[in-house]
Design a protein around this ligand. Structure first.
Ligand code: PNS
Length: 161
């Protein structure tokens, strides 16, 4: 069984993330999406909310499961018997950080490798941060995330203002 984990903040999930999940699910028997619990950033959505959103948005991908995790991604990979960490690469600006992370992870866990999927061109500009910024200022975010995610973001922002 080839199992991959796809760790991230997913605060919230975008079409770019979902595209990576769908493509990874075609290569691996199982893909476990790991939602990082103890991010230093103060998230818009709680970890449970992010897990719920992801479960709903990946319901059509039977070999994708969603889990919250704390601590190191390599430990999350090992606990889930995954040989591979999947990450999306959008542009050269992602590269340095992703390379450093992949190399660190490889030193920590030589039995776990990282595979990058280049983000589909139509989502190359997209990030959760940009999505939230546009939403905060009342911009239309329907091109960035599925309708239920858009609703959840709008409700959350309303609650906070
Ligand atoms: O969606 P993000 O915020 O780009 O995801 C970053 C994430 C969660 C993959 C990264 O911060 C991570 O792996 N955090 C867990 C801690 C860890 O394993 N650090 C060692 C790698 S340098």
């Amino acid at each position: 069984m080839a199992i991959a984990v796809y760790p991230g903040s997913f605060d919230p999930v975008t079409y770019g993330h979902l595209d990576v999940m769908k493509r990874a699910s075609q290569f691996f028997d199982g893909v476990i999406v790991g939602v990082l619990q103890n991010s230093a950033k103060s998230p818009l959505f709680s970890v449970q909310e992010r897990v719920n959103i992801l479960q709903r948005e990946t319901a059509d991908l039977p070999n994708v499961t969603i889990k919250a995790f704390e601590g190191l991604s390599v430990n999350f990979a090992r606990e889930n018997h995954a040989q591979v960490i999947v990450r999306g690469l959008r542009a050269v600006t992602d590269f340095e950080y992703e390379l450093q992370m992949a190399q660190t992870n490889r030193v920590l866990a030589p039995d776990v490798d990282t595979i990058f999927l280049t983000t589909s061109l139509k989502y190359a500009y997209l990030s959760s941060t940009v999505l939230k910024e546009v939403a905060y200022f009342g911009g239309d975010i329907h091109k960035f995330a599925p309708p239920e995610v858009v609703k959840a973001i709008e409700a959350k922002i309303k609650q906070r203002t």
